[in-house]
Design a protein around this ligand. Sequence first.
Ligand code: GLU
Length: 302
Amino acid sequence: MPATPRTIVTRFAPSPTGGLHLGHAHSALIGWRAARESGGRFLLRIEDIDPVRCREEFTDGILNDLRWLGLDWDGPVRVQSRHLPDYRAALDRLTGMGLLYPCFCTRADILREVVAIGHAPHGPDGVLYPGTCRRLSPAERSDRIMAGAPYALRLDMAAALRHAPAPLGFLEMGEGRIRCHPSRFGDVVLARKDIPASYHLCVTHDDAAQGVTLVTRALDLRPATDLHRLLQALLGWPAPRYRHHGLLLGADGKRLSKRDKAPTLAALRREGHEPAAVRAMAAGAATSSAAIWLAGPVAPLG
Ligand code: GLU
């Protein structure tokens, strides 16, 4: 990996669980501008590994919305659900390193266990796993698997930290090097019971596979970067730089989100808004990532 990648390769990676709203457009615009202003590449990735929440019609809608906004992307769209064997191979590597274990617990089991322990520390993804299945013997594990019990794959965080170089950090554009604390995720799930992968694994895999050099995404995903750096270090994948941008707020000062029924781009289009006007709304106070990139500090990454 070059210490100072010259070309910006960035991406927009929506999950097709609904229509894009202005917050998504804000994020896409930041990545797109960074690429276009620097002569780099802007990639589009559809993160659709969850077959229950994701729908193809939403994928079509995302592509239409971006085209309507005038945001073009380079190369083919990467659709995660078509790459499950790639994620399997990454999981197999981690298993081979002795860093994953099968977890048979249901949510209710975990809840019962944390109640019994008497405290429930939380990490960025919720309550920390109390480690029940980490303590199973190899024989117990294979008996349950042979009996057809569904299981997730969890990262043995303590073992992973022993394996990875310390300290880990990432370069946040405009800020400098940020120290990572992946241990706050505990024994995180890397392959779900119902889906043979997880967001953290797929996003990290794909950023490496697609040669992404600058990850632009909203601030609410910044804690996840600590874990992504750990996976990159374990799997020998390059460390991109990061620009975690602020969230676009609605008139009420709250972040725009699907849950709070933020207006979708499709609705704004139906109401007769022009693409340029919606782009201006979506731009908000977005500063140029390319400018930050060019002026940014160059620090060795851990
Ligand atoms: N697919 C994620 C989302 O829609 C974004 C992933 C990322 O940018 O890292 O929230």
